[in-house]
Design a protein around this ligand. Structure first.
Ligand code: SF4
Length: 243
């Protein structure tokens, strides 16, 4: 079985040929804004079109900054979206509000202040927000803040396991470093000097893994014969770890 280093360029080419370079992942934010953070949360609950409508509804209601959202009644958010013809899960408004409250309480409501905060501290703070789990934290870091987040959903985790790139005892640090190894040879700094290159590569791989998981790497029966990652399978096939 080729190691990650030997396999990754070939795999990236196969994945890009199938899914394109951008896939269906959000663009990296060019600057830190409350808008970008909230959109990541909205897209956790709604498809991209509905999430855009939900954000527009907030803007029209004057709820497009952290302060007003933090002070809003949860029912107010729900009614704004209802009037826009949306029926998001009840939990969505709560997470948006908690995110706004965190920004107000910890960072004076100023998204630009987050650029000065280290990524480890941001990760820790985001994880403490009620309703923001590990996966959403990584998405917020990468696609909300343009920082070193490594989004990986359950199917991505399954793929790493089945290829033997991690074992079931791997902790979140190992998961993240394995993904960074796949995407960018394990380094966040870019040899060519582009500070956003690694972020974009990790985002791309994250999107590709989600697509492969949906199409090929099903929980019960992987469909390896036509999968773009099949060249990197162990000789004996997908690794099946004991439950
Ligand atoms: S379907 Fe097979 S080749 Fe594809 S990611 Fe899953 S285990 Fe790997």
């Amino acid at each position: 079985m080729p190691g990650i280093e030997q396999a990754r360029d070939g795999l990236a080419a196969a994945l890009e040929a199938r899914y394109g370079r951008g896939g269906d992942t959000p663009p990296l934010p060019s600057q830190v804004t409350f808008d970008a953070m909230v959109r990541v949360v909205l897209e956790e609950f709604l498809d991209a079109r509905q999430a855009a409508l939900a954000w527009e509804a907030l803007v029209e209601a004057g709820l497009d900054e952290a302060g007003p959202i933090a002070e809003a009644d949860p029912l107010e958010l729900a009614s704004v979206w209802q009037l826009a013809g949306l029926k998001p899960p009840a939990r969505m408004g709560g997470v948006v509000r908690k995110l706004a409250m965190w920004l107000v309480d910890r960072h004076r409501g100023d998204p630009t202040a987050l650029a000065e905060v280290g990524v480890d501290r941001l990760r820790e703070e985001l994880r403490q927000i009620q309703g923001v789990g590990p996966a959403l934290t990584e998405r917020l870091l990468l696609w909300g803040l343009g920082r070193e987040g490594v989004p990986l959903d359950r199917s991505g985790y399954r793929i790493l396991l089945r290829h033997g790139w991690i074992d079931p005892t791997a902790d979140t640090d190992e998961l993240r470093s394995t993904m960074v190894q796949l995407a960018q040879g394990g380094r966040w700094d870019d040899p060519a000097g582009d500070p956003r290159a690694a972020l974009a590569a990790v985002g791309r791989w994250s999107g590709w893994m989600e697509r492969v998981g949906r199409e090929f790497c099903k929980p019960t029966a992987p469909r390896c014969d036509r999968c773009p990652l099949r060249e990197a399978l162990p000789e004996t096939g997908p690794v099946e770890w004991d439950a």
